[in-house]
Ligand binder design. Structure first.
Ligand code: GLC
Length: 502
């Protein structure tokens, strides 16, 4: 089964997708009611951000029970129904597994199973992924490690129970029909057991430790026995270290954050594509193409800024964006990503061209904002409840107040508004996701002027993206789809066209 090698995977952030019971929070009933929408988009699978009971400190990534559903979303029985119903629509389900940490309200932590965590008499010099120290002191004077928030204690992977528990959780979801798992923070779970200070030039004490590969090999064996897949969240700058996780007996695929973070620049994008393909080829893993997710700035906003790259450390509030320009580029980028060989990800709302919405200060929920001392605006702005219909909040989402506020002015971005508009972002995504199914095989670059990316796929056609400032003639072939209309037969700037094979 190789569906995943060229799949389109839609990411659902359950809290903000659709609200079935009108309490202002998305839920499984909301997703079930929208399965026809998802099927009509032309995606092959749904990845759900964590839907487990959670202490709510980090958008569900602080899990209390990996074998249940948070009551705010529904029940386990309903999740089973959803998985089965989605399958009838041709949509596979991928669940999010969080191996690095649990909630501070997880029974292991509550019951004082200290051997399953990292307790020490004093902190070391490590830095939290969210800023500040990753150590918190308990009333008895001892300190425990948490690479994210204090509500997310890191578990100790040298303990056999931690391994056994996660392997059992994998089986639990595969038994319920999950077609795969997305592995959260997949380069972080293993620590140097001595917890030494981090020293420049020394092996990193908690990122990308060699022992991880053995863990993922045993996960792969379990996944294989179900025909399920493993997708890694690997934030690793080194492409060759990254590819090691994709060896044939480890993870099936991993998110391509290099492409996601790349600025809107032809040479940089081409280099990212080449590096990606070169890193994946030796391990025979398919590449993935990702423009956004629940952690990063919305694409139409990012591409409309002076600096079109993404990086966590550089996030600031109130950076001006030409959203019309960003939207035009995002349309071109979507067709580029969809035409490349491998799998493509669509984060909910990307298909609607939603911009980042920086919520008012008193509505901010994201711990990244608070742990940065307020410097980082946080990730709420890409997690706003989806606008489905109507002219004002809650835009058909459920009822107001929604758990994060929606802005005014999104009436033109609702599914209802875009559904019948041939030129909408939604219909561009639908067209692209359906047509890309004809693309197959490898890709070969064509000669193109500076600022232009042009390649042909072995099957299905070719893709040309114009990042230069002048309109360009297209290579031979009939037009299949373009991100904006051609002008006098030429492809204008910030646009992509797909053509039939020459
Ligand atoms: C991953 C998730 C992010 C979360 C973090 C901690 O990076 O994508 O949303 O905050 O892990 O679990």
């Amino acid at each position: 089964m190789t569906w995943w090698r060229s799949a389109a995977i839609y990411q659902i952030y359950p809290r903000s997708f659709a609200d079935g019971n009108a309490d202002g929070v998305g839920d499984l009933a909301g997703v079930r009611a929208r399965l026809p929408y998802l099927a009509s988009l032309g995606v092959d699978a749904l990845w759900f951000n964590p839907w487990y009971p959670s202490s709510g400190a980090d958008g569900g990534y602080d899990v209390i029970d990996y074998r249940d559903i948070d009551p705010v979303y529904g029940t386990l029985a309903e999740a089973e129904k959803l998985i089965a119903e989605a399958r009838e629509f041709g949509l596979r389900t991928i669940v999010d597994i969080v191996p690095n940490h649990v909630s501070h309200l997880h029974p292991w932590f509550v019951n004082g199973r200290r051997e399953l965590f990292w307790f020490r008499d004093r902190p070391n010099n490590w830095k939290s992924e969210f800023g500040g120290s990753p150590w918190t002191q308990l009333p008895d004077g001892s300190w425990y490690l948490h690479l994210f928030t204090a509500e997310q204690p890191d578990v100790n992977w040298t303990h056999p129970l931690v391994r056994a528990e996660h392997e059992d959780v994998l089986r639990f979801w595969f038994d319920r029909g999950a077609a795969g798992v997305r592995i959260d923070s997949a380069v972080l779970p293993v620590k140097d057991p001595l917890l030494p200070d981090q020293v420049d030039g020394e092996p990193h004490p908690f990122v990308d430790r060699d022992e991880l590969h053995d863990i993922y090999r045993s996960w792969r064996a379990i996944a294989e026995s179900y025909g399920a897949i493993l997708i890694g969240e690997l934030w690793l700058p080194d492409a060759s270290r990254f590819a090691k996780y994709l060896r044939p007996d480890e993870l099936h695929t991993a998110f391509n954050f290099d492409f996601l973070a790349c600025p809107w620049d032809a040479a940089r994008l081409r280099a990212s594509i080449d590096t990606t393909l070169a890193a994946h080829a030796p391990v025979d893993a398919p590449a993935t193409w990702v423009l956004s997710n629940h952690d990063v700035t919305r694409v139409v906003t990012r591409y409309g800024r002076a600096d079109t790259s993404f990086s966590f450390g550089a996030k600031r509030a109130g950076v001006w964006s030409d959203v019309a320009l960003g939207t035009r580029r995002a349309r071109a980028a979507a067709l580029l990503a969809m035409a490349l060989p491998g799998a493509v990800y669509v984060y909910q709302g990307e298909e609607l061209g939603l911009p980042e919405y920086e919520v008012p200060a008193d509505a901010i929920r994201d711990p990244m904002h608070f742990r940065s001392g307020g410097v980082d605006p946080g990730r709420d702005g890409c997690r706003i409840p989806l606008p489905w219909s109507g002219a004002s909040p809650p835009y058909g989402f459920g009822s107001t107040p929604t758990w994060l506020p929606q802005p005014d002015g999104w009436e033109g971005l609702t599914v209802e508004a875009q559904d019948g508009a041939p030129d909408s972002m939604l219909n561009l995504y639908r067209g692209g996701l359906h047509l890309r199914r004809a693309f197959g095989g490898g890709m070969a670059w064509r000669d193109a002027p500076p600022g232009v990316l042009s390649f042909a796929r072995a099957q299905g056609g070719s893709c040309t993206t114009n990042l230069s400032s002048t309109p360009i003639p297209l290579p031979p072939g009939e037009l299949l789809l373009s991100s904006v209309p051609l002008e006098d037969g030429l492809l204008p700037p910030d646009a992509t066209a797909w053509l039939t094979p020459a």
